[in-house]
Design a protein around this ligand. Structure first.
Ligand code: TA6
Length: 268
């Protein structure tokens, strides 16, 4: 079993695993959860939890071919740095990962990675990379958020109309026309994103606002890929959409010695 931090305040509840600083539950009081979690994610040490908000760092996907898919942060133990009740409605949790012999063998740079989670009537996650080395390094990353939907056929992605995107399935560079609908596998990296994204379904609208990011990944595995994914029921593709706050592909970030970069996502 993976250790986790549980937050309950007047506004909401949340659960954050120390492995991967992985937020895997968030729900406002008396409301349905705003994050999707696979019922068969087995919370094994060293295996990424399927659902919630996996942290892809220091590489998104295979952007750095020398690293595992989505990097190593999501399966490594973070340190619980602090939990503060800012007020009766707001709790702030900070988790930290510092470079080690283990990380240096995977990725030859000294760094500190901090996740600050603010739990209130909104869920805010700020992922801050600090370069502790004497040479600049390049990162790609994502807060790979899984959102529940009533049924995939009801789900629509709004706010990305006319945005260019890379279709990761065909490697084509295309432009979004209208709302995003889900009638087949969707795996797209939207670029030049500068506004809020909405995920609507039959009974609610979820808003995602990003800072320090101009790329957003939208993903649903659909039927065939859904069967191949670890810790996912065969028909689970009907129940979620990933809208990922990212610095992916051309939206990579160079972090100079002593400098930081923060990727921030606000969900409500
Ligand atoms: O963000 C979309 C994606 O890159 C998909 O291509 C799919 O691989 C997904 O991430 C899940 O990856 P995972 O390694 O968590 O199974």
């Amino acid at each position: 079993m993976i250790d986790f931090i549980e937050v309950n305040n007047n506004s909401a509840s949340a659960k954050i695993a120390l492995q991967g600083a992985h937020v895997f539950h968030y729900a406002r009081k008396d409301e349905k959860a705003l994050l999707w979690l696979s019922e068969i994610s087995d919370f094994q040490v060293g295996k990424a939890i399927r659902g919630g908000v996996p942290i892809c760092w220091p590489s998104f996907g295979k952007n750095n071919p020398d690293l595992p898919q989505h990097g190593f942060a999501r399966t490594i133990l973070f340190e619980h740095s602090s939990t503060k009740e800012l007020d009766a409605n707001t709790t702030e949790v900070i988790l930290i990962l510092r470079y080690s012999q283990e990380t240096l063998t995977e990725w030859p740079y000294k760094f500190e990675l901090e996740l600050k989670v603010t739990v209130s009537d909104k869920l805010t996650m700020e992922l801050t990379t600090t370069n502790l080395d004497d040479k600049t390094f390049k990162i790609t990353q994502a807060l790979h958020t899984y959102f529940p939907v009533s049924h995939i056929s009801d789900a629509k992605g709004k706010g990305l109309d006319k945005k260019p995107f890379l279709d990761a399935l065909t490697n084509e560079q295309l432009t979004q026309n209208g709302d995003i609908v889900f009638e087949e596998e969707v795996d797209r990296v939207y670029q030049e994103v500068d506004a809020e994204i909405l995920l609507t379904d039959k009974d609610r609208t979820i808003s995602i606002k990003n800072e320090g990011s101009s790329s957003v990944v939208v993903w649903n595995p659909w039927i065939e890929k859904g069967k191949r994914l670890s810790a996912m029921r065969e028909e689970a593709y009907n129940d979620f959409v990933c809208i990922e706050s990212a610095n992916a592909f051309e939206d990579f970030r160079l972090v100079e010695p002593g400098k930081t970069h923060t990727l921030k996502a606000t969900i409500y």
